[in-house]
Design a protein around this ligand. Structure first.
Ligand SMILES: NC(=O)c1ccc[n+]([C@@H]2O[C@H](COP(=O)([O-])OP(=O)(O)OC[C@H]3O[C@@H](n4cnc5c(N)ncnc54)[C@H](O)[C@@H]3O)[C@@H](O)[C@H]2O)c1
Ligand SMILES: [Zn+2]
Length: 645
């Protein structure tokens, strides 16, 4: 049930809409949890008009819930089969050069998977092989939809007819990313950081400003300044940050891709867009009167709940830090039942007084892991004395409780082994379950695992087939090439993640690194004294084990040295290269590695700084044209190969 009242301004707009209900009747509709279809439509129309005019009354999730309610009572209602219109009170409209549609919405990964099934089915119908089906994931900009045909800028209107707002360009509006005019559909948006700094004192939200930009009347001086400062732009979707890959990769890493896209741009976003890119498939699937069938928006619904803590369970991590995990009275939140949550660290348990009987506020938005937002009721905190894995007496190290038993704590050694195989990432089979079995038999070191022969795995409780497979996977992990920085980071030294390993290896070989002093390390860009000391210490601790493993003969790709890279006399040295589409001569991953070794920087999306866009098969015209418009040289795979040959 919602508690809603209208301001005078909102009530006035509602009256202009001629909904045949009064504002007070509407308010009572909003408060009802069950509505008839006619009432629902009035609620939807009013909410939509207010939303488009910058006076939103309900959340998007609530609006979308009303839409699904109407869909279940009256699936053929016209409101469901057209684009939600802008509130055009007495405005002149013109026909759009191309229809502009809304998007289908999904609030869970399951709904996305259902949509994907439909894509795969459609692909089958026209014999497009699954290997060719890529998805493009982009941030869903929450601005004002518009279309730029190169001469005129239109609002989306009702999807068929919009308003001519070309004057926005005459007022100095620019295209994002220094893009050109005429790139088709996009969104008028305002930089979030700029809004917070310069405009939040004058406007409640950025939708108010977008409404001001398209208004006929004189533009507010603060808005004009935002336009002049380049903070308010027209962002064509062709130019937007994206992750484009085979659908299986997108689905496998769905959570992390969504997270990356969610923070990819400095603009308000209200979801991510997923779309199939295959031109023939798109043509075959087409559109309903409201949505493209090959496109969907994934949105999340942020919810919070007050939850009682049952217990705090200590868990020893790979590095010896003890993580406090709160066991909770199971609670439903954003569609999932939550029964545990990690507390930041034990100092928080201690100072915020979290223990059995405490009540915490949890928030979760969509897929994102729930977190504790605050403590509502305190309780006697639960602090362990001994490591739950090895029983060692715990020590405080700043905010954390630490198990000091580096060499003999089962939890630490087990998690180190898991981390090693997970980071290598070039083999299958050595996941947590298998490692746990081996650990139970007293295996503590990586090199010990590599000494196990195929027939010996049976002695650790594995069947014949699994044993052979585990053995084969171990061999594969040595034979399949991996970067030396990845190999080093797999040993899990604190502060030696992939990025830092790569930086160090650009100056020293992996073997020489173990001889480096902290003072020498500080001379490398990006390493401060404290980190350098911790890294030197960490390397000392793993040295013996590292060389036992290193000498097994892994197939390591050596990171090019910074000095070599500069001197590198390759045709793409220092060029910024983007690969797109499916390549014929090898995997895209291999081509990217090769380009890096030739001194190029490999980027994921085209910007003004891109030198070459290398296109494999099935790359859309729009993408190619957008790149050309930015002055990027577009090469076919063949042209690129002859360039570097
Ligand atoms: N809270 C409310 O009262 C209220 C009222 C009306 C509508 N809404 C919200 O708006 C939705 C419908 O609005 P809509 O039809 O304007 O938009 P939409 O959410 O259906 O999205 C479609 C639009 O997304 C835009 N878009 C942004 N980034 C994009 C990208 N990267 N690629 C492709 N398109 C991109 C396009 O302009 C396109 O027209 C509702 O489902 C609801 O969530 C909320
Ligand atoms: Zn321990």
């Amino acid at each position: 049930m919602l508690d809603i009242t209208f301001s005078d301004e909102q009530a006035e707009l509602i009256n202009q809409l001629e909904l045949e209900v009064s504002a007070s009747e509407l308010v009572s509709f909003f408060k009802k949890s069950e509505l008839e279809s006619q009432q629902l439509v009035a609620v939807l129309k009013a909410s939509n008009a207010l939303y488009r005019a910058g006076m939103q009354v309900i959340s998007d999730a609530q609006y979308d819930l009303y839409i699904s309610m109407l869909t279940s009572i009256n699936p053929s209602h016209p409101y469901l089969h057209s684009v939600e219109p802008e509130a055009l009170v007495e405005a002149k409209t013109v026909a759009l050069p191309q229809r502009m549609l809304s998007t289908e919405k999904a609030y869970s990964k399951e709904e996305i998977e259902k949509w994907l099934k439909r894509i795969l089915k459609a692909a089958q119908e026209i014999n497009v092989p699954e290997s060719e089906i890529e998805l493009r994931v982009t941030p869903k900009l929450d601005g004002y939809a518009a279309f730029d045909d190169g001469t005129t800028l239109y609002t989306r209107g009702d999807g068929y007819r919009g308003q001519d707002i070309t004057r926005a360009f005459e007022r100095g509006l620019r295209v994002a990313n220094d893009g050109d005019r005429g790139l088709g559909p996009g969104e008028i948006v305002i930089k979030k950081s700029y809004f917070e700094k310069e405009l939040s004192g004058h406007f409640e939200n950025s939708r108010n400003i977008q409404a001001a930009i398209i208004a006929e009347k004189k533009v507010d001086e603060n808005v004009q300044k935002a336009i002049d400062d380049g903070a308010c732009v027209f962002y064509p979707f062709a130019l937007i940050e994206n992750k484009t890959a085979h659908f299986s990769e997108i689905i496998d890493s769905f959570e992390s891709i969504v997270e990356v896209m969610w923070s990819a741009v400095d603009f308000d976003i209200d979801g991510v867009i997923l779309e199939a890119t295959h031109p023939a498939l798109k043509a075959h699937m087409g559109a309903t009167r409201k949505n493209h069938r090959w496109q969907i928006a994934f949105k999340v619904n942020e919810e919070s709940a007050k939850v009682e803590v049952i217990n705090i369970i200590p868990q020893t991590s790979r590095t010896g830090r003890i993580s406090p995990v709160a066991e909770l009275v199971p609670t439903k939140l954003s569609g999932a039942t939550i029964s545990r949550v990690t507390v930041h660290h034990y100092n928080m348990v201690k100072t915020k007084r979290i223990g059995p009987g405490a009540v915490v506020e949890l928030v979760r938005s969509g897929l994102v892991i729930p977190k504790i937002e605050g403590v509502i009721k305190e309780a006697e905190p639960q602090l362990p004395q001994a490591c739950p894995s090895c029983g060692s007496h715990l020590l405080w190290e700043s905010d954390h409780l630490i198990c000091p038993n580096k060499s003999d704590c089962p939890a630490q050694t087990e998690n180190t082994l898991i981390h090693f195989f997970k980071t290598l990432g070039n083999n299958d089979g050595f996941g947590p379950k298998v490692i746990e079995k081996l650990s139970n038999f007293g295996i503590k070191h990586i090199h010990e695992i590599y000494q196990i022969k195929a027939h010996q795995f049976a002695g650790y409780g594995f069947g014949e087939k699994t044993s052979q497979n585990l053995f084969d996977q171990l061999q594969a992990s040595k034979e399949i090439q991996i970067e030396d920085w990845r190999f080093l980071s797999a040993f899990g030294v604190s502060r030696l993640g992939g990025g830092n390993c790569e930086k160090l290896l650009q100056h020293h070989s992996v073997v020489d690194l173990f001889e480096l002093s902290a003072d020498e390390m500080v001379k490398i860009d990006g390493f401060a004294q404290i980190s350098a000391e911790a890294i030197v210490e960490g390397l000392k601790n793993i040295k013996e084990e590292f060389f036992k493993v290193y000498e097994l003969g892994f197939n390591l790709a050596i990171t090019p040295k910074a000095s070599e890279r500069e001197a590198l006399d390759s045709p793409i040295a220092d060029a910024v290269v983007v690969f797109t589409g499916s390549m014929q001569q090898g995997s895209r991953g291999d081509m990217e590695k090769q380009a890096k070794s030739l001194g190029a920087k490999v980027a994921k999306s085209v910007t003004g700084k891109t030198t070459y866009l290398v296109t494999g098969e099935k790359v859309g015209e729009t993408k190619i044209n957008a790149a050309k418009d930015k002055g990027v040289t577009v090469l076919s795979e063949q042209e690129y190969l002859s360039l570097i040959d």
